[in-house]
Design a protein around this ligand. Sequence first.
Ligand SMILES: C[S@@+](CC[C@H](N)C(=O)[O-])C[C@H]1O[C@@H](n2cnc3c(N)ncnc32)[C@H](O)[C@@H]1O
Length: 246
Amino acid sequence: VTGESLIERFRTARSDPGLVVLEGFHAVKHAVRFGADILEAVAEDPEEIGTLARRLAPDVAEDRPGAVTRVPAGTLAAICPSPPSTGVVALARRPRVASYDVLADAGAAPVVFLEDPRHPGNAGAAIRVAAAAEAAGVLTSGELDPWGPAAIRGAAGLQFAVPVARVRELPPADRRLVALDPEGEPLERGTIPPRAVLAFGAERAGLSADLVARADARLRIPMREGVSSLNLATAVAAVLYALRLD
Ligand SMILES: C[S@@+](CC[C@H](N)C(=O)[O-])C[C@H]1O[C@@H](n2cnc3c(N)ncnc32)[C@H](O)[C@@H]1O
């Protein structure tokens, strides 16, 4: 395999809907830990990655010893617009996730729906907290790819730990739909039922009028007077953890 074909492979993977580009140690670590099918991993200094793995993720280091291929200096800069400081990049197969399966999950955990998010870092941070708080899944609408390289980076690869799928629009489901909106009624203990779909709006535009009209409830996270809204991912975190501690 020549250096050029490797660079080409990683470059084309960025827009390949069948693949996932994992940039940085934490993204690769989570992907491996949560069962990703890693196709290849490269670093300019694989020994350093091995040391990092043994220190921060011995489970992963033990699972895949020596799985990182050395590449010439400058390769990471050629395959990533912003090379990760931890110096490792990998390709994985993208799992198929059906929104139907996410919504049909029989457990009490909520599903997070992000309506038309615009910032991949925000979508990634929302996915990261959804994985941590054990949400049943994350669905997104709009153009942003929640499995794209920047969203993967924002989520530290935790798309592999919680089902994540993009939908054209939110499908009907046997779940209550709760719109989270700074203009809603105050969120109080016990107001969100089990298995709800929690809908969050876009960073600038908020939720669409259609989504609000469909919702069974419209709730706001209380804020100090004068504060107009929370950041999207922060709002997702506040609601998921309020529910967990309920
Ligand atoms: C940055 S906010 C959007 C602000 C937008 N100008 C608006 O008025 O909705 C992005 C999303 O985060 C959620 N959000 C932010 N602050 C919230 C709050 N205090 N209560 C409930 N949801 C909130 C909402 O779902 C909102 O659509």
